[in-house]
Design a binder for this molecule. Structure first.
Ligand code: URA
Length: 211
């Protein structure tokens, strides 16, 4: 498993505004999209491409095309939905599938409540969107689910991670070379309620309100 923290002043700035408890939902949504586009630029470095012939107004040259099947983007409902637009802006030809996962607030275990994905993911490069890597339970379930369907590799784009969640994933997927985690920050810790500290609060609530 590979972990990349994107070190860029614009990422750090946008994340700081997201963390601010006074940032309202419309601004939070806008900034989340912008931040994901910056993270996605880094996360898609390994996307598979091939040479194509391009005729410019001046000459014929060799360009780059995205391989087919195109990457599959999987936002984890609900909060991952707030990251989708920022990702598809960068990779407009990507297909989009959905995984609905929630954590049981008592056990903090992930439960899958909805799924809309191709039955066969053989050979597919998959990008999972989930803003908060807290205990790691949701991502572990999602990654196992995608490999069980045949995914070739899985890159998870998150805004924040807790060290505890990364360690939990590492202990289960440490030798798994097909998994990459791309983040804006690794924060200090998890609190007793499973929130990332300092974090940004409940990402779903901040994006969409408390429902
Ligand atoms: N999920 C969130 O939305 N926030 C956290 O801090 C942890 C999990």
């Amino acid at each position: 498993m590979r972990v990349t923290v994107v070190d860029h002043p614009l990422v750090a700035h946008k994340l700081s505004v997201l963390r601010d408890a006074d940032t309202n939902s419309p601004v939070f949504r806008q900034l989340t999209e912008e931040l994901v586009t910056l993270l996605a630029y880094e996360a898609t470095r390994g996307v598979r491409v091939h040479d194509v012939e391009v005729t410019t107004p001046v000459a014929t040259t060799t360009g780059t095309g995205l391989d087919k099947p195109t990457p599959l983007v999987v936002p984890i409902l609900r909060a991952g939905l707030g990251m989708l637009e920022g990702m598809t802006r960068l990779v407009p030809t990507a297909e989009v599938g959905f995984l609905g996962m929630a954590r049981n607030e008592q056990t903090l275990e992930a439960v899958t409540y909805a799924e809309r994905l191709p039955d066969d993911l053989t050979g597919r490069q998959v990008f999972v969107l989930d803003p908060m890597l807290a205990t790691g339970g949701t991502l572990r379930e999602a990654i196992q689910f995608l490999f069980a369907r045949g995914a070739e590799d899985v890159t998870c784009i998150c805004l924040l991670a807790a060290p505890e969640g990364l360690e939990a994933l590492e202990s289960r997927l440490g030798d798994e070379h097909r998994v990459t985690i791309v983040l804006a920050s690794i924060d200090e810790r998890l609190d007793e309620n499973g929130y990332i500290v300092p974090g940004l609060g409940d990402a779903g609530d901040r994006l969409y309100g408390v429902v």
